[in-house]
Design a protein around this ligand. Sequence first.
Ligand SMILES: [Fe+2]
Ligand SMILES: [Fe+2]
Length: 168
Amino acid sequence: MGFFSKDIKTLDDLFVHTLQDIYYAEKQIEKNLPKMIDKATDPQLKAGFEKHLQETKGHIANVEQVFQMHGAKAKTVNCPAIDGILAEADEISADIDDKQVLDAALVASAQAVEHYEMTRYGTLMAWAKQLGRSDCASVLARNLKEEEATDRKLSTIAESKVNLHAAE
Ligand SMILES: [Fe+2]
Ligand SMILES: [Fe+2]
């Protein structure tokens, strides 16, 4: 099923399709975070990734809840965007030897992931409200809040030390 495949006819169909997209993305993120935990050197960065792995499991459960509330089957649809972001994260970290520079790269990759999630949850919330599903929007808001908090925390870690060490 392609992005512009004709079986998306209504805003409701588009909402469900995009829910399937973020469901896939969250599962890929869950699979990839352990690699980032392994690669991180800064203890706060490592702990932050570990915490976000736990939060990501909650995001998956929340998305499943929205599927259920909306009367749709929980299933994934391929998301080339998140695959690309995660593949790029792997590539760049494989090219770096210096641990401090690697931490800076990991933060950058993780923030690209968070921003992808934020844009999807923002859109899904707007569509849910338009479709009269404020109940779904408020579940999605819980995920969005944690993605935003993670993004802010990553900025703080980068700007307060990781970037400084990387530049040494
Ligand atoms: Fe997430
Ligand atoms: Fe996230």
